[in-house]
Ligand binder design. Sequence first.
Ligand code: DGL
Length: 278
Amino acid sequence: MIGIFDSGFGGLTMVREWLKISPEYDVLFLGDSARTPYGNRSITTITEFTEQGVLSLFAQGAKVVLIACNTASSDALRYLQSKYPEKKILGVLVPAVEEALEKTRFGRIGIIGTRGTIASNNYTQEIQKRISKFYNPSEKRAVKEPVITSVSAPLLVPLIEEGWIKKPETRMILKKYLFPLKHAHIDTLILACTHYPFLEQEFQKKMGKQCTIINSGAAQARKFRDYLQQHPEIEKNLSKKGLRQFYTTDSPDRFRELGSVFLGKKIGKHSIEKLEIE
Ligand code: DGL
């Protein structure tokens, strides 16, 4: 089974993308909805919570765990990968960065996410680490040195969870957050948060059609499918009965309500269970 961990509900936007392209695999999703959001918490707390969540998914039978949450991936992934080298734990940053580097024309890349994601600086580091892999001097768009601009947007998660997607207040706040990115003339913008796909059209409209928008969850889903093709030894251990099991650390009713919005389809009552994690 594939385990997918998130700080709450947002990671279901990544599950939605995964199920679109690979519906045959069994998926266990855990949303730490009792302690969501992670975005403004300290690295120590985020790491502690993420470790508990990821280990719980392995305990439930996951063979590989994807961290869909950008904040948890930014703050805890490297630590978990070095603490548990025998376990397969993958995050969202590298897939999103690779997609951004494949698409950027001038290497002017923007990142927008929670405080935790932006403060970790890990997106920037992953871009800098990988840019040489994408550098090809014979290409017209060859980029040696990226110009990276990052912005934290702490107000967007609660606005999206409240369903304020089309409200003028949300558009105004978004415009303010996007100002430094527009000013930096970015050509590619990474939506480094599970919630932002709900505002993707608005991001595109405000940044203009010359700016490529990267949906990090969709990138993670696509890159994970490629990864499985390249790693048949891992792929063969993943069960494929189309099972979906959702775990929440809080009320299953609340999870069902908001989770169905994020997943884009109704989550059945019987496929949700409350899980105590510690
Ligand atoms: N899942 C988080 C992320 O992608 C957003 C919600 C939160 O702050 O927990 O960064």
